[in-house]
Write a protein of this length. Structure first.
Lengths: 313, 242
């Protein structure tokens, strides 16, 4: 019940902000932070619950963005349709990637997922219809009322996706599926011998995770009015999507949310106040600090604090 | 005569050029207490890996309850009624002891039901049967060695098996702990579960089993009642050298 009140509050807050007089730049930056909430939450379904570290986030994200471009160019499809189609395309990519790679374990799986980025990027670079290597310019349609700017509207759309993503992740986490995925992370052999269909479950997680990543990428072309392969298949998306759950805590749906808001905001502030290059460094440094000092992330720290208080008081 | 619960016919398995199992055939009757012994590297664990589905045998057939299972993935064999414990305990260490049992219950026995309360109650009942109810809520990475062994058996039991394979469930335990685990296994057998016991602790296998097979270098060298096995010259040679 508390969770659903939180969900309603989050959506209401985002919509309220977008309709208020807040500075336009807030939404421009806030969109990126929310986009990382979706990416981090999506990554955590496979990476956090099942322990399969996926480096291919950028591939799913980029394919989502390009699916939206294709639909927009070919049929002038509305944003909602673009997002759904992007989720399907990236979900399919997740399923295919999973079929090919999920028999690999540990680092071998991770390496295979990096390859997916390069394959997808190369394919797009060589596809003239979507602009090839030079990219494609897009003309935004007018914003839908009641929003008076397109950026504000995208901010709310991304907020809704973030909330939906978290609901999906939470459902998976607390259901039998989540318990199966955790069993896989703890011991795949023991899971299989306990009746858990490990391959099916991993494929499911990889598909859902990919679909959410694709959905997160779908509004990107409209957000920038422009799309080109190098920045949409940027490895930084993969690194951030992995670093954020690690920093927040991977065992709970709240972890990626905390990590994404924390790291995403710091990145936005650093980009504006110092430089765009330094913000990549911030991810690396924070990740190292957390892996060394708080391997269970912010949530782990909080839990330890609680335990400490209880045992000392 | 009752048809066997498990029938292994001509099963072979190679790792590179090393023949871990060559043409092994055996049968286990329903309700039997069956002992599998042999020196280290003789193929005991490979054999049960082939039965449980962790490995695929290259030739021969494995029938369970009259149906060929040697091409089924491990989780389907578990659902048909074959459960095992692991020689080196593999608890789901991010979960509590009770939750460890809920995994097989949810994925095997209660797959079609939605009454989660029943699942947790049954998990608790199994823990009580294993005499570790007081550990239900402890994290499974904080257990002692004997508790880990019992958790392995409890988790296998939660899959409601007809055939339980206990892979060295007693290795490294103290004398009274061995007796405790042995008593639990006998109790399970009285409840109608067929048990294959792999063990190095001879007095335990001999006390437990109705029939024993000894493997050496991937072949069955001797089969019989415990008393015959200990007197068998080949077995003595395999264990003690010529």
């Amino acid at each position: 019940m508390k969770f659903w009140i939180g969900v309603a509050l989050a959506v209401a807050l985002a919509a309220g902000l977008a309709l208020s007089g807040t500075n336009e730049y807030f939404f421009y930056a806030g969109y990126v932070v929310l986009q990382f909430v979706v990416l981090a939450t999506a990554w955590n379904i496979l990476g956090g619950y099942a322990g399969y570290v996926n480096f291919g986030t950028a591939a799913f994200f980029g394919i989502g963005a390009y699916t939206a471009v294709v639909l927009f160019k070919a049929a002038g499809a509305p944003l909602g349709v673009q997002i759904l189609a992007a989720a399907c395309a990236s979900g399919l990519l997740g399923f295919g990637t999973g079929l090919l790679t999920l028999r690999l374990r540990g680092i071998f799986f991770s390496i295979a997922t990096v390859a997916v980025i390069f394959i997808m990027q190369t394919a797009i670079v060589n596809w003239r219809y979507v602009g090839g290597a030079t990219g494609v310019q897009l003309l935004r349609p007018p914003a839908m009322p009641p929003f008076d700017s397109y950026t504000r509207m995208l901010f709310v759309v991304m907020a809704i996706m973030a909330v939906a993503g978290v609901c999906i992740a939470r459902y998976i986490e607390v259901s039998w599926i989540g318990r199966g995925l955790r069993a896989i992370r703890d011991s795949e052999e023991a899971a299989e011998c306990s009746g858990v269909p490990t391959l099916k479950l991993k494929l499911f997680a990889c598909t859902v995770s990919g679909a959410l990543m694709g959905a997160a990428g779908a509004p990107l072309p409209m957000y920038m009015s422009f799309l080109e392969p190098a920045s949409s298949f940027d490895l930084n998306y993969s690194v951030s999507a992995l670093a954020m759950p690690m920093i927040g805590g991977t065992s709970h749906w709240l972890g990626p949310v905390i990590g994404a808001i924390l790291l995403g905001s710091v990145q936005q502030i650093v980009t504006v106040t110092i430089s765009n290059e330094i913000n990549v460094l911030v991810v690396g440094v924070l990740l190292v600090v957390f892996v060394v000092a708080a391997p269970d992330g912010v949530l782990g720290l909080l839990r330890r604090l609680k335990w400490f208080r209880r045992s000392s008081g | 005569m009752v048809p066997p619960l498990l029938r292994i016919t001509g099963v072979s398995k190679h790792f590179g050029g090393f023949a871990a199992l060559s043409e092994v055939s055996l049968e286990v009757a329903p309700g039997e207490r069956f002992g599998l012994i042999g020196p280290n590297g003789s193929g005991k664990t490979t054999l049960i890996n082939c039965v449980s589905g962790a490995l695929r045998n290259e030739s021969g057939s494995i029938e369970f309850d009259g149906a060929e299972i040697s091409r089924l993935p491990a989780y389907q064999r578990t659902r048909r009624g074959i459960a095992r414990s692991f020689q080196i305990p593999r608890p789901f260490k991010s979960m509590s002891v009770l939750e460890n049992l809920v995994v097989p219950l949810e994925y095997v026995a209660h797959r079609r039901t939605l009454h989660t309360a029943d699942t947790w109650e049954e998990a608790m009942a199994i823990l009580r049967q294993m005499r570790m109810a007081e550990k239900a809520d402890s994290p499974s990475n904080l257990l002692s060695q004997v508790e880990l062994r019992k958790l392995e058996l409890a988790r296998a039991m939660a899959a409601r098996p007809r055939l339980l394979i206990s892979d060295e469930a007693m290795a490294g335990l103290a004398g009274n702990e061995v007796d405790e685990v042995l008593e639990i296994l006998l109790e399970l057998n009285r409840a109608g579960i067929t048990i294959i016991m792999i063990e190095h602790i001879m007095h335990a296998v001999m006390r437990f089993s109705q029939r024993v097979i000894c493997l050496d270098a991937g072949r069955i060298i001797c089969e019989g009642a415990p008393a015959e096995i200990v007197k068998n010259l080949e077995v003595q040679k395999a264990y003690l050298g010529a």
